[in-house]
Ligand binder design. Structure first.
Ligand code: CU
Length: 192
């Protein structure tokens, strides 16, 4: 009788009603609730499995960079070896008129807005008439270093007549170039 009631309710609370009370609690306590309990444990287990990789990734990243780039306190995000950033337009050596539509190409990685931590992603930076900034630091922000933190993949530039150089550099969620840096070839265009 006791068991019938309990297994239907699925709760060990009914223990107190059980009268008699001569039997020891532990076996009865376990049996009726076991279905519900194992479900709870299973869910907890799934949660742990789901969380484990990200926790492991965080600690692995922290460990991996504690020693190799001594002066740079900012952790760098690894880039896949086949990642490549390039200009769709304009092309190297091209003569164009201002405004110039610059389209950014990226393979082997995805574009994500700044501030979004997602593996194998980054956002574009356009280096105009300047050298690549030092790696291990956030990309500077100026007319020579334009950020596309919204995840944009093109820009229309007003450029003075003459020769200009353009280079693309991907940055992680903190605007820091990846490790190794994902940068395009530096191209030269002539604006008429
Ligand atoms: Cu940026």
């Amino acid at each position: 009788m006791r068991q019938t009631i309990r297994s239907r309710a699925g709760l060990p609370v009914l223990q107190s009603k059980a009268g008699g009370g001569s039997r020891t609690q532990p076996p009865e306590f376990r049996r009726p609730g076991s279905g519900a309990r194992s479900l709870v444990f299973m869910l907890l287990g799934l949660l742990a499995v789901a969380l484990a990789p990200s926790l492991a990734a965080i600690s692995a990243r922290a460990d991996g960079h504690a020693h190799d780039h001594a002066p740079a306190a900012i952790p760098r995000t690894p880039a896949p070896p086949d990642a490549r950033v390039y200009f769709i337009t304009p092309t190297d050596g091209e003569t164009v008129t201002s405004p110039v539509v610059v389209r950014f190409g990226l393979t082997g990685m995805g574009v994500a807005p700044a501030g979004v931590a997602k593996e194998s992603t980054g956002h574009h930076h356009l280096v105009i008439d300047a050298e690549l900034p030092p790696s291990g630091l956030p990309v500077p922000s100026s007319e020579h270093y334009r950020h596309f933190g919204g995840g944009q993949t093109e820009v229309t530039l007003e450029l003075a007549p003459g020769e200009h150089t353009l280079q693309l550099l991907l940055g992680d969620q903190n605007h820091v170039p990846h490790d190794p840096p994902v940068a395009s070839k530096r191209i030269t265009i002539r604006v008429e």
